[in-house]
Design a binder for this molecule. Structure first.
Ligand code: GLU
Ligand code: MG
Length: 433
């Protein structure tokens, strides 16, 4: 008997995991129209599997409809091929469902377009631990660590390219067995789709080699974290970059500055969306290249928001800003959407960035840092969820139903970790991500 090829359609959900259903390749055309059925409570599946709390109960029907543009078909040289789509969750009426994570991003990008005539270009850098390599002291960034991952990187790059993405780089990172992959910039929803696809390619290749790519924020409480860094820039309706102005402080045009200032303004609470797990806060600790303060830094990798250098010309095309407070427990749709919403708010309120000074942020006292416009990042998910819950702006971004569902989802995740030690908490997440 021949094997029957199957296709999966999923979305990267509130837990930041790709979940959905499969169907025969022969039904592709029909499924592109009708999608597959889902219950509203599907979106409430926790990081660890069970639905701990849901406002939707067991009732209702939705459709997860593949977006044809996201199709991934990878014929791995290593074995089993993989076919999947990413999709949107629609109501039976055909309208988008408010609690669809991909639609959260779409609404943010539409608002940015309608209210500021701008589009967003983004590239995700993702760090992870590859278990197929043994750690050796001194491996950090080394050719030796690069070599010892064997064929993983080349299979990964091939998979990424055959999935329709443009790989930018691959490197041995700072932590034990830690690597990083970067994908070239893409526009709007596509950038988030590509972040999701790249993660799955890393997991898919590792699995075919008998190992794992672990994207959890941190594997042990005192360890080096796996960050997801989101580089972004803005374009106008003529597709021209509008963020760069070398004559201004921070090298940013007024609109660029307002956008970034909006992100900075909302930053402490954005962590509830971009660093949304209990383990995320073990990553956000001093001396690990991870941010600890809600601040902007000119070419400073310790800052939450880093104004990047320009490596290539034309400068305005290559100028971008990096948001460093995200990790792989966040759905890229929610993380990028939150940045777009917060940035748009900054544009509407014409927010400005703190004055750019010569002073070294890391030599300042905490009081001086506060005087310089920085605030400490939340120390726990509970703290960041409380900030989110108190924000009328964030409630508007989500809409009431989604906002309440998201808060319940994350609070129930925290509740099940109650009583676990920090190493146990990290372990729970490392099993999943
Ligand atoms: N691993 C660091 C983090 O958790 C980032 C290291 C780097 O700058 O690439 O964000
Ligand atoms: Mg890195």
């Amino acid at each position: 008997m021949e094997r029957e090829p199957l296709i999966f359609v999923g979305t990267c959900d509130l837990a930041g995991l790709v979940r959905g259903k499969g169907f025969p390749l022969t039904a592709q055309a029909m499924r592109l129209r009708q999608g597959v059925g889902l219950a509203p409570s599907n979106i409430m599946m926790s990081a660890f599997g069970p639905i701990y709390d849901t406002p939707f109960g067991t009732a209702g029907d939705l459709m997860l409809v593949p977006d044809a543009k996201t199709y991934v078909e990878v014929e791995y040289a290593l074995g089993e091929a993989e076919r999947f789509y990413l999709g949107d969750i629609l109501m039976l009426s055909g309208q988008h469902w408010q609690c669809c994570p991909r639609h959260f991003l779409r609404r943010a990008l539409d608002a940015l377009h309608n209210e500021a005539e701008l589009s967003l270009v983004a590239a995700f850098e993702q760090e992870f631990v590859y278990t197929g390599v043994e750690h050796r002291p001194g491996a950090t960034y080394s050719l030796d660590a690069w070599r010892r991952q064997g064929s993983f990187a080349e299979h990964l790059m091939a998979a990424i390219r055959s999935a329709g993405l443009e790989p930018d780089s691959f490197l041995a990172e700072y932590g034990p067995r830690q690597y990083e992959m970067t994908i070239s910039p893409a526009r709007g929803i596509r950038a988030a789709d590509e972040a999701v696809i790249a993660r799955e390619m890393a997991r898919g290749v590792a699995q075919r080699l008998g190992h794992r790519a672990i994207l959890a924020p941190v594997l042990e409480p005192d360890g080096i974290g796996n960050g997801t860094h989101i580089h972004f820039s803005l374009r106008d309706t003529a597709d021209q970059p509008v963020m760069f102005d070398p004559a201004r402080p921070w090298r940013m045009s007024p609109v660029g500055e307002h956008f970034v200032a909006g992100i900075l303004d909302h930053l402490p609470l954005l962590t509830a969306i971009t660093a949304p797990s209990a383990a995320s806060y073990y990553r956000l600790q001093p001396n690990r290249w991870a941010p600890t303060w809600a601040n902007v830094g000119l070419q400073d990798r310790g800052a939450s928001i880093r104004v990047c250098p320009i490596f290539d010309r034309p400068a305005n095309h290559n100028f971008n800003v990096e948001y460093r407070v995200a990790d792989a427990t966040a759905s890229p749709y929610l993380a990028l959407g939150a940045l777009a919403w917060a940035g748009l708010d900054g544009i509407k309120r014409r927010l400005t960035l703190p004055e750019l000074t010569e002073a070294n942020f890391w030599e300042m006292t905490d009081e001086e840092r506060r005087d310089a416009g920085a605030r400490p990042l939340p120390r726990s998910l509970l703290e960041s969820l409380n900030l989110l819950a108190a924000s009328d702006a964030a409630r508007d971004w989500f809409g009431d139903e989604f906002f309440e569902a998201y808060l319940r989802f994350k609070r129930s995740e925290l509740k099940v970790l109650d009583g676990l030690s920090p190493p146990e908490i990290c372990e729970r997440y490392a099993e999943v991500y």
